[in-house]
Design a protein around this ligand. Structure first.
Ligand code: F1P
Length: 348
């Protein structure tokens, strides 16, 4: 049976082409908005998957533009503003939400705009959503609308949007070229990606999962963890790779699969971590580029010789498909995970 989740994962390379074209076609308007405001600080915000996009986006925006940037869960913007909003600074908030309907992000934008604490730019898939209508400015990508409860293509497309904005704002033509090549790179490795995801996803000997990623890749690690949790309810955790050694590694046993999203910048440390995990009987799977020096049990070579940030979304179809194939083995419906709806609306 073909599920919405499977078709939404599979069509990602085509949707990335649409996102690239839409943002580049509108680049002058988007850049003018940001430049005219002239932010001292940029905050990326959302809930759940959209918060994990924010973690990765903030890292890339700061790295490329030099503008101080951070990720904040939407609820903290209105529940703890003094703790998360810098004083006397011009703050630009990118409010991220597939649905544009999640209550915390709407409350956050409403609170910030009413109190003139920040300028807000919405990134969403729905033009008629409350978020799109009330934000100071919105970037709407209708092609990221999804029928499945779980966010898959919407994650990579919203993250790609923030990366394109980072590349445009910093004037980094090389980075934009790298992003342009992603659909073609993803298609070239799709068969290997899916085969490996099926092998590990359907292996029910793995009882728990850990995802490791540095910097921008930490957002991807959290997203890998969330897909596994939402779709299959398997115990899953995510860490910065070096932090994982400071205590959490003690949970590893022989039924753990540790998925390492490799960063070229720390490959020597990551190669050591592979051995640490194998020493305590865990299985390690590494996703990245040029992995010859990694002693991992499984490897997915992304065949993308580019910056860590530019190649990041290439890892996502694999992480999503691992969870998808585990639903097969468990006879679960990936479109309708336990205890979840497409939109979380809070009372009060
Ligand atoms: C955010 C979100 C999803 C989660 C679930 C409920 O949605 O928390 O991350 O997977 O489906 O909603 P959104 O604000 O991006 O629409």
């Amino acid at each position: 049976m073909t599920t919405y989740t499977y078709s939404e994962i599979s069509k990602q390379p085509e949707t990335w082409e649409k996102t690239y074209a839409q943002i580049l076609d509108n680049k002058d308007e988007i850049l003018n908005k940001i430049k005219n405001f002239g932010p001292d600080e940029v905050i990326f915000s959302g809930c759940g998957t959209s918060y994990y996009i924010s973690i990765s986006a903030a890292y890339t925006f700061a790295e490329l533009t030099g503008v101080s940037s951070k990720a904040v869960p939407a609820s903290e913007l209105f529940l703890a503003p003094n703790a998360v909003l810098p004083q006397n600074k011009k703050i630009l908030v990118f409010a991220i939400s597939r649905s544009g309907t999640t209550s915390e992000i709407i409350k956050a934008v409403d609170f910030l705009q009413k109190n003139q604490l920040a300028e807000c730019i919405a990134l969403t898939g729905y033009p008629e959503s409350q978020l799109a209508k009330t934000s100071n400015y919105s970037i709407v990508l209708p092609h990221i609308q999804e029928k499945s409860v779980v966010m898959t293509g919407s994650f990579t497309n919203l993250l790609l949007t923030t990366q394109l904005i980072s590349g445009l704002f910093s004037g980094n033509a090389n980075y934009l070229e790298e992003l342009k090549s992603l659909p073609e790179k993803a298609k070239a490795i799709w068969n290997e990606t899916e085969q490996l995801a099926k092998i590990v996803g359907e292996n029910l000997d793995y009882k728990a999962f850990v995802y490791l990623g540095l910097g921008g890749n930490l957002g991807l690690a959290y997203e890998g963890m969330l897909k596994m949790k939402e779709m299959t309810q398997a115990p899953s955790e995510a860490y910065n790779p070096l932090e994982f050694r400071h205590g959490p590694i003690s949970i590893v046993t022989n039924d753990f699969l540790v998925v390492q999203i490799a960063s070229h910048s720390i490959s020597k440390f990551e190669q050591a971590i592979v051995k640490d995990i194998q020493r305590v009987n865990g299985t390690v799977l590494t996703v990245g580029n040029e992995l010859d020096q990694y002693a991992s049990d499984y490897k997915l070579d992304l065949k993308a010789n580019m910056t860590d940030s530019a190649k990041s979304i290439l890892s996502l179809p694999f992480l999503q498909l691992c969870a998808y194939y585990r639903t097969h083995a468990l006879n679960l419906n990936p479109d309708q995970p336990r205890n979840l709806n497409q939109v979380v609306v809070l009372e009060g």
